[in-house]
Design a protein around this ligand. Sequence first.
Ligand SMILES: Cc1ncc(COP(=O)(O)O)c(C=O)c1O
Length: 277
Amino acid sequence: MILINGESKEHIEVSDRGLQYGDGLFETIAVKSGQAQFLDRHLQRLNAGCSRLLISPPDNKLLKNEVASLANQADRAVVKIIVTRGTGGRGYRQPDVVKPTRIVSLHPYPDYPNSYQQQGIHVRFCATRLGLNPTLAGIKHLNRLEQVLARAEWHDPMIQEGIMLDIDGYVVEGTMTNLFFVKNEALYTASLEKAGVAGIIRGVVMEQAALHGIKIFEGRVSRDDLLSADELFVCNSVIGIWPVRQIEHQQFLVGPLTRQFQHWLEHFEDKGVQNEQ
Ligand SMILES: Cc1ncc(COP(=O)(O)O)c(C=O)c1O
């Protein structure tokens, strides 16, 4: 099921700038018991992205209703929102008047085995590097070629995620996840000022850490930091939190803080966000 600007249809214009230039943003939202999870947070990131890219933000009430109308149809699913700048302009210059395209679609929930949550996953380091770009860092824009190339690097079904470094060799995130590690009971994650997506679940993990008095450090993370960590986990809106059991040949235990964050996330009561538009 797909809604394009509120109408049930399956095709967009070839001249849409989302297709032509990746000129837009997206959100991938988990649905549980017919409810879109962390919807206000997703809309807040989408609005922030629109403001960074100078795209007029969609009417949030309308969008919420559209998301709800699709989410209601499923027990466990994924809803994807895409907002592009709209159609027009053969070159990069946008037309003087441009109306954003709003696409909301419903997808089956991926069939991940329970063991990924329980026993953890194996990951690898990717050779594809993330460029540094403060203008685009943090937002979930449609240009995902680095992730596409990184994900094409491996076919081994025993490896569930790839870790991406930036062009200076620092760890940023997974191909589709944010990454945390625990060392001496403190939590560490990469700063996303120059590369990476500021994930919704990353935000929730950091809030929970602050709430429970767990020290959290956001900064430069090296490969060696990861390899000498006590615990490691990756997270995103669809998978929640997956512990990392192995990076290449280095093994890790699924530690108590990872379990604690899984528990907090599972029982998190989303009170929405302030300053909603
Ligand atoms: C590159 C990348 N980083 C991080 C994330 C995690 O974001 P979120 O927690 O909002 O799902 C994603 C999610 O798809 C992603 O594609």
